[in-house]
Ligand binder design. Structure first.
Ligand code: TXA
Ligand code: MG
Length: 313
């Protein structure tokens, strides 16, 4: 299959309307979209990404009105989150309306909904006129793509179209908050922090999967975000072993010699650079990537989560 590249949101939306797959930019990472009501297209998303079938997709909308098509009920906490954070880097999990195909939710009775604030994403979703189911536009197990070039690297020839936009503004995937029970629970940390959510709904908790036998966010159990290189998190006292082909990313210049070094001016800049740095290291055959640990506050919590996942490989 030839993958068409375009800057034209309307042209890309027409591919969705014909049942095709389109990668598109958002403020978090690039997504791989399909019409949420087209089961064949949804099936193709799983094939193109080599995604495990038990990992549900996030459904992207252009307006809050579209939530009513997707959810059978909108709990009060969800409404408060929409008012505070939509459009933006937040996914809200709601009871799924029957008309939403089960395959979009990987068989769950719920649906994750997100309204991106990236202007090109918003224009594309308006032209689509239907909600668009979209996981991150990477091959399953690879770091999420923060540029259209990273999408091409993983999916060229496997999808119909790439809508080319700017590099992602945030660079880590959205916060996922489950609003289907009485107390909202954060299933995946992101740029909207637990502190931000608690300003709106004070009882919001962090979901601890270790305490439960039921997996609420199936995607979180898969070995995500891994470069080919081994990832080592550098806490205060970690000694850096001498190894060939090693790289460093963090806030302060490291002691020792590395083939590739990225010093970031803030935790936000570090979060923004991480996935692309992983890809750069893989392209140049780096074997070990040392990553400075950060305080798990604000977006630092999301960054810490992604570093830990990558280190687990
Ligand atoms: O920022 C993002 O969220 C990006 C952009 C494209 O929007 N998308 C993204 O999708 O990261 P993906 O598929 O890579 O991650 C979706 C996460 C997975 O951990 C999945 O398990 C969880 O969201 N999720 C989706 N629907 C869910 C549901 N109904 N219940 C619980 N978790 C859900
Ligand atoms: Mg993903």
């Amino acid at each position: 299959m030839k993958t068409v590249q375009t800057n034209d949101a309307e042209l890309a939306a027409n591919v969705i309307k014909r049942g095709g797959l389109v990668a598109f930019p958002t403020e978090t990472v690039y997504g791989l979209g399909a019409d949420v009501f087209n089961e064949a297209a949804l099936h193709n998303v799983f094939i193109a990404k080599k995604r495990p079938p038990d990992n549900p997709l996030i459904v992207h909308i252009a307006s809050i009105e579209q939530v009513k098509i997707l959810a059978s009920k909108i709990p009060a906490a969800a409404r408060l989150f929409f008012e505070a954070f939509f459009p933006g880097p937040l996914t809200v999990v709601l009871p799924r309306a029957e008309r939403v195909p089960s395959i979009a939710a990987a068989g769950l009775e719920t649906v994750g909904v997100r309204m991106p604030r990236n202007p090109l994403a918003a224009a594309f979703l308006r032209f689509c006129a239907v909600p668009v189911a979209a996981p991150s536009a990477n091959l399953s197990g690879r770091p999420s793509p923060t540029t259209w070039q990273a999408v091409i690297e993983d999916l060229d020839g496997r999808i119909d179209c790439v809508l080319r936009g700017d590099a992602a503004e945030i660079g880590l995937e959205s916060t996922v908050v489950d609003c289907t029970s009485d107390t909202p629970q954060v299933l995946r940390p992101g740029a909207i922090s637990i502190e931000d959510l608690r300003l709106v709904v004070p009882q919001t908790r962090i979901y601890k999967s270790v305490e439960s036998t039921v997996i609420r966010s199936p995607g979180m159990k898969h070995g995500h975000y891994s470069p080919h290189a081994r990832v080592v998190i550098l806490g205060g006292k970690t000694a850096i072993p001498r190894e060939d082909s090693s790289a460093f990313i963090g806030l302060a210049p490291p002691a020792g010699k590395f083939e590739q070094v990225r010093i970031c001016s803030s935790v936000e800049a570090y979060a923004n650079a991480l996935f692309e740095f992983f890809r750069e290291c893989d392209r140049s055959g780096i074997r070990v990537i040392y990553c400075e640990a950060v305080a798990p506050k604000g977006i630092g919590a999301a960054l810490t989560d992604r570093l830990r996942r990558a280190a687990k490989g």
